[in-house]
Write a protein that binds this ligand. Sequence first.
Ligand code: SAH
Length: 354
Amino acid sequence: MVTEEKTELLSMLPAELEAWMLSHGEAKFRAAQIFPQLHRGLSPEDMTNVGRSLKEKLLSDTRYHLPTVEMKLVSAIDGTVKYLFGLYDGHCVESVVMRYEHGNTICISSQVGCRMGCKFCASTIGGRVRDLSAAELLGQVIAAQKDMGERISNIVMMGIGEPLDNYDNVLKFLHLVNCEGGLNIGYRHISLSTCGLVEGIERLAAEDLPITLSISLHAPDDETRSAIMPINRKYGVDALLEACRKYYARTGRRISFEYTLIAGKNDSPALAEKLATLLNTRLRSKREGMPIHVNLIPVNEVEETEFKRSGKQAVAAFARVLEARGIRATVRRKLGADINASCGQLRRQHGKNT
Ligand code: SAH
């Protein structure tokens, strides 16, 4: 059993690792020596250029645990790779690597389970078990990159969990993954998706990191949204859009909106009109209004829920209404269709079998 009290090496920023070296009677430069290796997926034991005494100190005072590949599915259609990763305490999360022309993008999980309760989502069915540490967030990227033997250049935080419900660890992760000696992934190559925790959005705006914010909106009014997303009863559509407006005013970064289309629930042309009016009046009333992009995603049907995906025609009609009102809308290309690549479902299946 790995003891949790020991500091996780992968959660340390370069300055923290330097301080650790100094407090353990080691030269500061040792930090710069091991940091890149840790972030390439080498544990202190694996390192060849580190002396015995430092290794022993690291082994007794710190821990290093990369997520282990419990299951790996590769799509025969588009090469999408889905991992079920095991954590040090036996819990599992999912990560998905998508291959685009501009490079590999990984979708990572932020919590074991989720407590946001969105009705159509598989990740929330068993509730939240625990948060992932900064090291475990980073570990997903390192482990996938190591397993694939290919660089991962983009990250989306759209897997299991609500990133802004695990704020401090997520923020630390963003700093870690951006480190030069480490994975060196630019903030502009990172997207964070939230169901709309307004205080978290405000905090994030104040960090001044040029990441892309993605809002899971899924409905243009409180009645429709509260029926599928309980979080809307705490932060309604108005408050959410106001947080988005402020986020853009502060960071200048465009926001993208996710809209999952569920047959008969939120996919009527009337709701598309309402969505266009909402976005146009709340976010684009001034001439320099923000560029808005809406991603339309026909819902992935989850065994435990009654929601059905909207038909092709309903999706196209919804998109046409938005375009006619000047809002860019794209229907998300489904990757990894043959490996059930949307998040949350593999973990649930695995949980049932064990
Ligand atoms: N908690 C964050 C990130 C994780 S969910 C958030 O809510 O944004 C990532 C995206 O997948 C969200 O837009 C979420 O609403 C969507 N999603 C969840 N279950 C889905 C399903 N069954 N079909 C399609 N999209 C789904």
